[in-house]
Design a protein around this ligand. Structure first.
Ligand SMILES: C[S@@+](CC[C@H](N)C(=O)[O-])C[C@H]1O[C@@H](n2cnc3c(N)ncnc32)[C@H](O)[C@@H]1O
Length: 623
């Protein structure tokens, strides 16, 4: 007997306005959103994924003429189902068990009716979940990227499968849907939490809360340990009254040899803006001062106070003239054209000079002139390791290559490389600690590592290392020389402020050992929060590393829900290498298959990248 194909709600109507509104609102949600677990490009809004999945699985009432015999009855039922979607689409519904159970029940009802059965009772959340996990068709996304569709399938109680060609995407998917259910409801293993429990502070660790608490504990340990190892590279600044203040950021300007013979070969600054703070009442800026006694005949001086509109406009231009990489020589006022900057960059002759220091004041930022000591100290940072690999020669998404910043390593200052390498080493050390603690905490003895499906102490330590390495990714995003100073906010922009690695002329090097934005401590917080927020429904979930053009996940009778790559808009593989080269250092032993290559696979990526295929026309077949 063949099962009749029943029309699904999505084929007839869905409440688009409500779904679009929830999707648009979601863009402003940060805390706990999966986008804060790890950056991925072109993530679909969860609201849309959730609503579409629901409507793909729930039958349109016209499929059941015996139950909804008239047009009116069908329309009334459709309106009722739309109300269920409207209630579950908003971000606030993500962990609202009552709303989710109502949605799960509707899916279970369609499945049950199709099987000639009755659905579990509406109020019995566990029975509904059990029913969906065994009887509903699994959902599969063959281009799972940042994991939005599998995550929402899981939230709706369905078996969730996903795959992607890109190992970074696969790891994000695993961290989002595959790993948390393995350790659901387990208390943290760290000694602090265990001591608290021993003193009677018993708390119920729901979902991934225990795991998140351990991410916080070992992340904090890494931060403290890093301070012991590299704290000397982040010296305090001396304020005008002689007191000391913690440095939040060092602001640098790239320099190039002036082409004007009158400048006698001096290196001069390439600055896109001299403004440091444009906040009303707190204006701060840099003035380049011609001083024969200073190195190269000029120095930077930081000034604060009142500023005329005209002066602010002048300062906002830095030494830049117009678009692109055209500048003016601060010494002679002559033009420095883009070709000169590119040629000097390609010859490896672009330098950097400290432009300003941002220090911590009483609930305010203090902007200070650079000192030779602070500049010299940064130069003492000697990285013992740097990531391998060249940036792709793709001028559309990698703007630095034409200026000689051609490798992943060249995107970082020596001090940034030292910091990232130190934290990367500490991921491995934190894993060792967590393993010992997990064993002491009597996590079941399962010698299999996480990548082989383990659920014991080894696997738990692997899971923690994975999340801690994600915090390292955030540090890299906030800690490269592409990060510029955000004058309106007194803070920095991340490397990926856009879907490209842009060229920066003046850049901000943050103090990674602090607690604020861009620090390792804040990266850990964001990671832990997003782990904790994933209140999953179903437990059966798996994400694989598969080229969709050649293969698919070995699951049968699936509902495919996907969002494939679009033509040539994003070079996922190239962009993700920025993270891959760092993740690989910490996680190659934990995820050997995902990190067996030096960089992510490019050949079979279904993206029509003109630079990779020798032009737009040749790239067409890959879209
Ligand atoms: C539009 S994105 C998916 C985004 C995802 N829905 C989300 O919300 O994060 C498309 C994905 O297709 C992947 N991709 C490109 N070529 C592929 C291939 N041949 N096989 C599998 N995945 C591929 C990319 O790595 C990217 O993650």
């Amino acid at each position: 007997m063949t099962t009749p194909v029943r029309k699904k709600l999505i084929e007839v109507s869905i409440p688009l306005e409500a779904i679009n509104a929830a999707s648009a609102r979601e863009k402003s949600i940060r805390h706990g959103h999966p986008s804060t677990l790890h950056l991925w490009w072109a993530r679909r809004p969860l609201a849309a994924c959730r609503a579409v999945l629901f409507a793909q699985l729930v039958d349109d009432p016209s499929s059941w003429p015996d139950r909804f015999p008239t047009e009116e009855a069908q329309e009334a039922e459709r309106r009722r189902l739309h109300k269920v979607i409207e209630a579950m689409a908003p971000w606030e519904a993500s962990n609202d068990e009552a709303v989710l159970n109502a949605a799960r029940w509707e899916i279970a009802r369609s499945v049950a009716w199709g099987l000639g059965e009755e659905p579990p009772a509406r109020g019995d959340g566990q029975a509904i979940l059990d029913y969906l996990q065994t009887k509903a068709p699994p959902v599969y996304d063959p281009f799972s990227g940042g994991g939005s569709i599998p995550l929402e399938a899981q939230r709706l109680g369905l078996r969730a499968y996903g795959s992607d060609l890109n190992p970074v995407a696969v790891l994000i998917g695993k961290a989002l849907v595959e790993i948390p259910p393995k350790f659901a409801g387990k208390p943290p293993v760290n000694p602090k939490s265990r001591a608290e429990a021993a003193y009677g502070e018993i708390r119920a660790w729901k979902g991934a809360q225990g795991l998140a608490e351990d991410v916080r504990y070992y992340g904090q340990w890494m931060r403290d340990e890093a301070e012991k190892r590299i704290g000397h590279l982040y010296p305090k600044a001396t304020l005008p009254d002689g007191s000391k203040a913690t440095v939040i950021a060092w602001l640098w300007a790239r320099t190039v040899r002036s082409p004007d013979p009158a400048a006698k070969g001096a290196m001069v600054p390439l600055v896109s803006s001299f403004m440091l703070s444009t906040k009303e009442g707190k204006k701060a800026w840099v003035e380049p001062v011609i001083d024969a006694a200073a190195p190269e005949g000029w120095r930077f001086e930081v000034r604060t106070g009142a500023l005329s509109k005209a002066d602010e406009e002048r300062l906002k231009k830095g030494t830049k003239t117009g678009r692109g990489s055209n500048f003016t020589c601060v010494l002679t006022g002559s033009a420095i054209d883009g070709d000169h900057v590119k040629a000097e960059g390609m010859a490896g002759r672009i330098g950097a000079r400290l432009m300003a220091i941002v220090a911590e004041g009483q609930r305010t930022r203090i902007y200070l002139s650079p000192t030779p000591e602070q500049g010299a100290l940064a130069a003492t940072a000697k990285p013992g390791w740097e990531p391998e690999g060249d940036l792709p020669n793709d001028p559309r998404s990698f703007w630095t290559v034409q200026y000689g910043l051609k490798t992943f390593a060249s995107l970082f200052t020596p001090r940034q490389l030292v910091a990232l390498t130190t934290f990367s080493d500490l991921v491995t050390e934190a894993r060792e600690q967590a393993l010992a603690h997990a064993r002491a905490a009597n996590i079941p003895d399962d010698p299999r590592p996480l990548h082989e499906g383990g659920t014991g102490a080894e696997a738990y330590a692997d899971a923690l290392a994975t999340y801690l390495a994600f915090a390292l990714s955030k540090l890299a995003d906030r800690g490269s020389s592409i990060c510029t100073w955000f004058t309106e906010r007194d803070s920095t922009r991340p490397t990926f402020a856009r879907q490209a690695i842009a060229m920066s002329w003046d850049f901000a090097e943050l103090n990674t050992l602090l607690d604020g934005t861009g620090s390792f401590a804040s990266a850990v917080q964001w990671t832990a929060e997003s782990v904790e927020a994933q209140g999953f429904g179903g437990k059966i979930a798996s994400i694989g590393n598969i080229d969709a053009a050649k293969n698919s996940f070995p699951v049968r009778s699936v509902v495919i829900s996907t969002d494939p790559p679009y033509y040539d808009n994003i070079g996922y593989a190239d962009l993700s290498d920025f993270f891959y080269v760092w993740l690989r250092r910490s996680l190659a032993g934990i995820w050997p298959d995902l990190f067996r290559r030096l960089t992510t696979p490019k050949e079979s990526e279904l993206v029509a990248t003109p630079y990779r295929h020798g032009g737009k026309d040749q790239a067409e077949p890959f879209s």
